[in-house]
Design a protein around this ligand. Structure first.
Ligand code: NAD
Length: 363
């Protein structure tokens, strides 16, 4: 099979969908790997390393897309890439279609077979291709949130770790899954006072046990969330309802009652966001202000740490990419049920129930 890896062109996205080890693995199974020139530079991987591992370096994106049977990407195709998606192509990448009607329509009209990383789901409901990036986005959320609290950044000037005899920062994390728990642990490590709100009691029990109660947990009811937000310096949103649009847990009225200079980091923005006022931002312009609070809503947070992210992502995706190249998407999905759950579009039909519900489309 011919496997293409184009350079990511989304604003400030420096990750790449393959490492030299992945090229070597595909090439040693007899597959042709077409890497766009410069695709790995943002992650510190020069073309030479791909070439030495067995890739062919192609100098333009159109050829990579046209010649490939399987395209491996990191982020969803953006409008400038739609025309490159050809009928019969298999696309393996993050898609986040529940918040993207335009791309959904294009994938269907162009009869692309797409498998979304974020909906590949194990029998125990864990998400093996989302988790590595959630882990990174979570850790980063505490870091950027603390930074946004700095007075010169528009924040309320609270140092998250406080001072001797001075209160520390109050951090509320909505959704204690992979991203949320990572965010909470980093915030806790910085000395903040951290509470996680979730609806999954078993998950909260786990967090309580492993942190020995140090990170507090609370059931996420609308009233409890409102009270927590108005008393917090930093609110981190990391809720996920798999394959569906994220519920808005914090409305505009709640933001109006928050402290001036408080900060809201919406990690879940790639699924539509869990604050009513959120809209996607970029690393170039990551924040905006609503009432007197600072919102950070970067949809590709791990893109800011591409060295770490590229390796973490491809460690998880590559065995599935090799399987799809070896067997074709259909057999690969038969062999690995978790991959079948990630099947999103094929031959003009939508397969993900949550996307259909979010966009009002038939599945
Ligand atoms: P996860 O499934 O591990 O965790 C989600 C948690 O949300 C679960 O514990 C679930 O019980 C909880 N939850 C569901 N409904 C809730 C509610 N009403 N109130 C409180 N909690 C609720 O998911 P994850 O892997 O941690 O991902 C979290 C989000 O981060 C997703 O939207 C994902 O797409 C996003 N993400 C964004 C970036 C980025 O760059 N912005 C990167 C990675 C992941």
């Amino acid at each position: 099979m011919r496997v293409g890896i184009p350079t990511e062109i989304k604003n400030n996205e420096f990750r790449v969908a393959i490492t030299p080890a992945g090229v070597h693995s595909l090439a040693s199974h007899g597959h042709e790997v077409l890497v766009q020139a410069g695709a790995g530079l943002g992650s510190g991987i020069p073309d030479e390393q791909y070439k030495n591992a067995g890739a062919t370096i192609i100098d333009n994106a159109d050829t990579v897309w046209d010649d490939a049977d399987l395209i491996l990407k990191v982020k969803e195709p953006i409008a400038d890439e739609y025309h490159r998606m050809h009928e019969g192509l298999t696309l393996f990448t993050y898609l986040h279609l529940a918040a993207d009607r335009a791309l959904t329509d294009e994938l269907l009209a162009r009869k692309v077979t797409s498998i979304a990383y974020e909906t590949v789901e194990m029998d125990d409901h864990s998400l093996p291709l989302l988790s590595p990036m959630s882990e990174i986005a979570g850790r980063l959320a505490a870091q950027v949130g603390a930074n946004c609290l700095l007075q010169p950044a528009g924040g309320n000037g609270v140092l998250i770790g406080g001072g001797s005899g001075v209160r520390n920062g109050r951090v509320t994390v909505l959704g204690g899954g992979v991203a949320g728990f990572c965010a909470a642990r980093v915030a806790d490590g910085m000395g903040a006072d951290v509470t996680i709100y979730d609806v999954n009691v078993a998950r909260m029990r786990y967090i309580d046990e492993v942190t020995n109660g140090r990170i507090r947990t609370q059931f996420s009811s609308p009233l409890a969330v409102k009270e927590a937000c108005t008393a917090s310096d930093l609110v981190i949103g990391s809720v996920l309802v798999p394959g569906a649009r994220t519920p808005h847990l914090v409305d505009n009225d709640t933001v109006a009652q928050m402290m001036p200079g408080s900060v809201l980091v919406d990690i879940a923005i790639d699924q539509g966001g869990c604050f009513e006022d959120s809209h996607p931002t970029t690393h170039a312009e990551p924040t905006f202000t609503v009432h007197d609070s600072v919102f950070y809503c970067v949809a590709n947070m791990p893109g800011a740490v591409p060295h770490t992210s590229t390796y973490a992502l491809t460690n998880a995706t590559m065995r599935y990419a090799v399987l799809i190249a070896e067997e074709g998407w259909k057999n690969a999905c038969t062999k690995r049920p978790e991959l079948a759950r990630g099947l999103t579009t094929h031959n003009g039909k939508l397969y993900t129930t949550g996307v259909g519900e979010a966009l009002g489309m038939d599945v």
